[in-house]
Structure formats: structure tokens, C-alpha cells
Design a protein around this ligand. Sequence first.
Ligand code: HEM
Length: 409
Amino acid sequence: MTRPTFDPAAPEVAADLYGTYARLREATPIAHLAGEACWMLTRHADVHAAWRDRRLGSDFSHRFAADEFTRPEALEPWRDPRYPHFAAYARWDLLAMEPPDHTKLRRLVSLAFTPRTVEALRAPARALVDAAVARAAARGQLDVVQELAEPLSLGIICTLIGVPTERHAEVLRLSHAVVQMYEPAATDGQRAEADAAVREFSVLVAELIAARRAAPQDDLLTGLLDAMVDAERLTDAQITSTVMVLLMAGHEASVNAAANGIAAFAAHPAEWEALRAGAVPVDAAIEEILRWDPPLQLFRRWVLEEGVTYGGVEIPRGERIGLCIGSANRDPRRYDAPEVFRIARGEPSHLSFGGGIHFCLGAPLARLELAVLVAALAERLPTLVTLPGAVRRAGFQFRGYTSLPVALP
Ligand code: HEM
């Protein structure tokens, strides 16, 4: 039987992503991913299980050599020798690591994300949101992405790590350039840009490290410099990758989630009214925003062992499986009327933060930022009206907007 193929670059995906998923999900639990030697899981139960399946991994190099089992076209683009800076970064990128290295590094970074540390960011987050709204008030409109969500998420993660304000814009620019590597349809030019941006980003982080060594502060970077794992300090390469991953993960997805959420409310005025009336708690609404239109669509795993079967297909060792969040979150086998945006649903069972050992380390922080942003706008705006000029972010992996103006009467 020929299996259906999902092509993230196809015009119907840009025009109707969730309709395309729905048709594919009903046709098959497992599809081919176009342009890559990779399978893709479409249903909630499979994606949920795959995240916890230790026969799958975010890396393979601890188990076998690339040319032993893996087809060259299955390799991640950054393993291409043309992108050495990206490969050096990925060596200590938490998302691309496996135990035991992953366990050690993650334990250490988790120390910075205790419930207390995160809760302490609520007041600074509210202050950033209020300042953004106040700045835009005179113009009668507010760009939810550029004027609100970006300053909020970037401001919080940069403060946590210890990046001075004058370098925030640079972090934003470099981060957007680096994450191009994760887009399935990226061109060689975009990948080369991503590699060059990693290089520039590493220099920025090296300068921050030098500054902290000279004058320690009460921030995460100083904490990483002091931290000991198994009686050893982290290397500069480990610290650099960790800081970069936190700076990027700390805002790219949250900003898109905020924009997707506000766009969803603008298209569903009765839900906005229910939120404003206090009929549904803001925390429940955040879960529905994340389920209904997740900012990150797809993560991939390597098959590390023989005998792995999903959707009736045995996938050989050394091949890859894609875990499609956007499709899983709309699976009617898991959710009643999944295409309906209904904030009272408040289902935390969505897969937008992943699962298993790589479950999003920043999930509590992301939830807090989203709750603060949505609550502040709900207090301020009796009706939520988007204005002309909204621009969707190009690409597939990061789903959101680059600009989303709303009226601020
Ligand atoms: C709405 C916002 C966010 C979404 C949807 C999201 C989603 C995800 C997902 C799906 C993963 C798992 C990737 C995988 O399994 O390969 C992940 C991992 C991660 N996220 Fe988030 N994230 C968000 C915000 C944040 C924030 C604010 C931070 C902040 C500091 C953060 C830091 C991380 C880190 C460090 C990892 C890697 C964890 C590991 O590999 O052990 N994320 N995120």
C-alpha cells in the first residue's frame, strides 16, 4: 500500500493546515514526510507514546555511527560539514542530547526553573506588559507580536539569564536567523545564514561569560559558571549552547503562542466575552490556546532499536519519526469536537510542550507569560479587534505571526 505523504511546503498546508491534517489523520496514523527520509505520526495516542518511548532518541551518536544504519538523506541538515558552527552548538543543545549527558545538564538547568523562581517573574512580566500597552496607547493600536509578546518574552528570558537590555535586539535577530535551520523547506542560503548566526551568537555569549567571570551577578549565567556536575565545572562550550538554547526556546515559541491565542480570541468573540466575564479561568484558556493552534508543529526522533512499530509500520533502526503536535492536538479520538476553540475545555492533555525526558523545561514560565499577557488584554479590551496588517510567519515549524495589530481604544 502506498502511504500518503505530508508536504509541509505544499500550498494547501499554508492555506488550510488543520484541514490538511484532518484528512491525513483519517487516512493514516503514519505518513511519509515529503523531502525527508522521515515518517510522521498523526494521532494523539501515538505521538503521546512516542514522546515517552526510550527506543527513540533525539540523537543516535551514542548508539551507532551515522553511516552504520542511517541513510544520508535522513540526517539533520546541520550535520552537513558546511555547517560546522551549528554542529558545535548542537553537541550541547539539550533538545538534541540523550542520557547520560542530557540528564546531567538538564538537572542543572532545571534548578533555575523552580516554581518559586518562575512565580517571582509574574510581577516583572506584568510590568513589561503594562509598559508595552502604555507605549502603544496614544496610537490607538498595538502590535501583539512586536510591541507586546516579544518585549515580554525576550525581556523575561534575558533578565533571567543576565543579558543586558542593549543586547536584546541582537539576541532577537540572531535567534530568528538560527532557527531557520529547523524549517523543513529551508534553502541552502538560509542554512548558511543559520550557521553564521550561531557563530555570531557564540561570540555574544562568550562576551557575556567573560563579563560574568569578571563580575558575578545574581543571574542564571553566573549560576552556570559556578555549577558543578559530578565534581566538574561545565565547559564553556556547554555553557554557550545552554545559554543559546534558553535564549531561543525562551521566546520563539511563547511569542507565537501569544499571537495565535489573541488571533483565536479575535475570531471567537463569545470566548473572549466568557474570559472577560470570569466564566472561565485564564489558566484554562491558555491550555486551549496551546491545544488549538500550537506554535511548534513537529519534532523528530531517531529509531535506536530494531522492532519499533507505529501505526502498523515497522520502522528500521536508524530511520526517523516525526511527532506531529498540530495534528495530535486535533485528534477526534482524544478530543470532543477538536476543531472548535472552546476555552472552558481547559485540557492540559495537549502535546504542545512535548513529553518524556525532553518535556519543555520552560512550560511553567511560558504558561505564566501567556496568562499575564492574556489577562492584561482582557482587562483592557472589552472587544478584541484585529486590524489590517496582520502577517503570518513564513514556514511550517514555527506557527505564528510576525505582526498582529489589534485596536487599543
Ligand atoms: C508556548 C511556549 C513553548 C512551547 C510550545 C514549547 C515547546 C517545547 C517542546 C515541544 C519541547 C520538547 C522538544 C522535544 O521533545 O524535542 C520543548 C523543550 C524545551 N523548552 Fe520549550 N516551549 C515553550 C516555551 C519555552 C520557554 C519559555 C522556555 C524557557 C526558558 C523553554 C525551554 C525549553 C527547553 C530548555 C527545552 C529542552 C528540554 C530538554 O530537551 O530536556 N521553552 N519546548
